[in-house]
Design a binder for this molecule. Sequence first.
Ligand code: GDP
Length: 139
Amino acid sequence: MSLERTLSIIKPDGVRKKLVGEVIRRFEKEGIHIAALKKIRMDRAQAEGFYTVHKERPFFGELVKFMISGPVVVMILEGENVISRNREIMGATDPAKAAPGTLRKLYADSIQNNIVHGSDAPATAKFEVSYFFKDSEIF
Ligand code: GDP
C-alpha cells in the first residue's frame, strides 16, 4: 500500500449535467480525501499542454475542443493506491465497456464525453497535479 495523490477532472459534460456533487460524494463515500479543488475554464493552450501525450492521436483536436467547451472541476484526490482506485471508480474510457456502477457507466454518453478524467500512473499523476495546483492550494 502507498499513500498517493492523483488528479481528477469533472469534464465539461459532467459539469453541464450537474454531476459535480455526485462525483465528489462518490469519492468521499469511498474514503478518498479531496486535498484540493477548483472550478476553471481551460484555454486552448492549457488543454493542449495537458493532453500533450495524445497530440498524435486522430481525436486530439476534438478532445481539446470538448475540454474547453465549458468549465471543469479539477481536484487532487489523496489516499492509499488512489491512482488505481480512482480508475476503478471511473470505469473504462468507453462507457459501453465500463463495469456496472462505475461513474462512466452510470453517467457518460460516449468515449469522448465520459464525464471524468483520472491520472493513469504515478508519473502522470505528478505531472497533472502540478499542472493545475501550487503546494499552497493543497490541504
Ligand atoms: P482515459 O485515461 O480513460 O481518460 O483515456 P485515454 O487516456 O485513452 O484518452 C483520454 C481522453 O481522450 C478520454 O478520456 C476521452 O475523453 C478521449 N478519447 C479517448 N479515446 C477517444 C476516441 O477514440 N475518440 C474520441 N473522440 N475521444 C477519445
